[in-house]
Design a protein around this ligand. Structure first.
Ligand code: FES
Length: 108
C-alpha cells in the first residue's frame, strides 16, 4: 500500500529517490533493511520502530526527537557501545543495535 509516494510497508519515500546499496542490520535480534548513507535512526523509523531506549527509573520509552544530534533521546547500544546516538550513526552492513535500558552498560 502506498500513500503520497510513501510505502506503508517500510515507510520510505519511493518515488524519485535514488538509494545506495541495500543491506541488513540486526536490531534486538530482528533483521531490518537499511541502505548505504542512511542513519540507524532512519532505518528504524522506516521499519516502524519508535522505541530506541527506556529511561532508567520508570522505563518510559524514548525515541528520535530532534534528529540532529542535540537531544540525546535516541541513545542506543550500537555494536556493543552504549549511549550512541542513532540519529548520528550511519548504518553499516551487519551492525548490531540494541534498545538501551537506562544508562546502558559496556560489554566487557
Ligand atoms: S534524536 Fe536528538 S540526538 Fe538523536
Amino acid at each position: 500500500m502506498e500513500f503520497r509516494g510513501v510505502s506503508m510497508a517500510d515507510r520510505r519515500v519511493e518515488k524519485g529517490v535514488k538509494r545506495g546499496r541495500q543491506f541488513e542490520i540486526e536490531v534486538d535480534g530482528e533483521t531490518i533493511v537499511a541502505y548505504e548513507g542512511e542513519t540507524i535512526a532512519a532505518a528504524l523509523i522506516a521499519a516502524g520502530r519508535r522505541t530506541f531506549r527506556r529511561t532508567a527509573k520508570k522505563k518510559h520509552p524514548r525515541g528520535m526527537y530532534c534528529g540532529i544530534g542535540l537531544c540525546f533521546e535516541c541513545m542506543m547500544v550500537i555494536n556493543g557501545i552504549p549511549n550512541t546516538r542513532a540519529c548520528q550513526t550511519l548504518a553499516t552492513p551487519g551492525c548490531r543495535v540494541e534498545t538501551q535500558e537506562g544508562l546502558g552498560r559496556w560489554e566487557v
